[in-house]
Design a protein around this ligand. Structure first.
Ligand code: XMP
Length: 325
């Protein structure tokens, strides 16, 4: 059982010892691990830390705004916000295979990050939000490779080619400890207890070819779903967001017929996915209340022009995976 203020003081001291007066660069994704790492390192060395936030155009609604608000405005962290939407969309045009999409997004991410880090000539360290389970997982990579169903490209993971020393202050922590540390460092509860979000983002939630127009529709549908999950509570007062491990909308590039007023519509379909799981290796679909599903469906169809049908995914993992690609 560790005492949080003592832990922070020790961690801050260790970081100061390690980096001295060097400059540090960190890829901020908006996820829990990189966010907590950024907050901790900033506490230790302030402006010696520069974060790079790469928007590949496949993030959730207002993600860039949220990250800049929290880190740059509230915490006073130096953050470089790179909008690389055009670059990613360009390379993804015409590509439909899920693995090919993952590879392109991973490769472009590294390229954008490289270009930014080259500009920070004095940076000697690359900070990463690696946590203990990641350390264990990569130690066992060789064995597991034969069973890989999806190559999990995590845009937080950057290669050795940057020629920087690695700073990984969360290496010894489990996820629940990382969350507690985040709260103690002043990060909002809602951000520290966020669902996981895949590195390739909406790139694997838009089936087939990724288009900006699809990403824009999906972002709005997804935001409505998440908002309703956060606002709908059970008898104990726990939100359905907190009762599920991961929840999101998926864009299906097929059109179906609908009616609106006196007219006929012919628009796209969105699937909702919500799962409960301990380890993400197996998962159950969440038994969301029908009223909640109905409300989400009504709102998406009324508010997001271009989507006229909403379906709910009732597949377990296995045999389905959590993401649709
Ligand atoms: P699946 O779809 O394999 O997902 O059941 C299990 C968990 O992994 C996440 N996931 C990814 N995370 N890069 C990531 O960083 C990826 O390429 C990727 N693919 C899946 C997924 O969101 C779920 O939490």
């Amino acid at each position: 059982d560790w005492n949080m203020p003592d832990y922070i003081a020790e961690a801050v001291e260790a970081i100061r010892q390690q980096v001295g007066s060097d400059e540090v660069i960190l890829g901020l994704s908006g996820g829990v691990d990189s966010s907590v790492a950024a907050a901790l390192i900033h506490r230790a060395i302030g402006d010696q830390l520069t974060c790079v936030f790469v928007d590949h155009g496949l993030l959730r609604l207002d993600e860039g705004k949220m990250v800049m608000e929290m880190f740059a405005n509230n915490l006073g962290v130096k953050v470089i916000h790179v909008d690389a939407t055009q670059q990613f969309m360009g390379h993804l045009a015409g590509v439909t295979d899920p693995e090919a999409k993952r590879k392109i997004i991973g490769r472009e991410f590294v390229e954008v990050f490289h270009a930014e880090s080259d500009k920070l000539k004095n940076a000697k360290w690359l900070a990463q939000g690696t946590i203990y389970p990641d350390v264990i997982e990569s130690a066992g990579k060789g064995k597991k490779a034969a069973h890989t169903i999806k190559s999990h490209h995590n845009v937080g993971g950057l290669p050795e080619t940057l020629n920087l020393k690695l700073l990984e202050p969360l290496r010894e922590l489990f996820k629940d400890e990382v969350r507690k540390l985040g709260v103690a460092l002043g990060l909002p509860h809602a951000m520290v207890y966020r669902h996981p979000f895949p590195g390739p983002g909406l790139g694997v939630r838009i089936l087939g070819e990724v288009k900006k127009e699809f990403a824009d529709l999906l972002r709005r549908a997804d935001a409505i779903f998440i908002e309703e999950l956060r606002n709908t509570k059970d008898e104990q007062g726990q939100s359905w967001y907190d009762k599920t491990s991961q929840a999101f909308a998926v864009f299906l590039p097929v059109k179906s017929v609908g009616v609106m007023g006196d007219g006929r519509t012919y628009e796209y379909v969105v699937a909702l996915r919500a799962v409960q799981t301990q380890d993400f290796m197996t998962a159950h679909w969440a038994h969301l209340p029908h009223e909640l599903l109905g409300q989400v469906s009504n709102r998406i169809i009324n508010e997001v022009r271009g989507i006229n049908r909403v379906v709910y995914d009732i597949s377990g993992k296995p045999p389905a995976t959590i993401e649709w690609e």
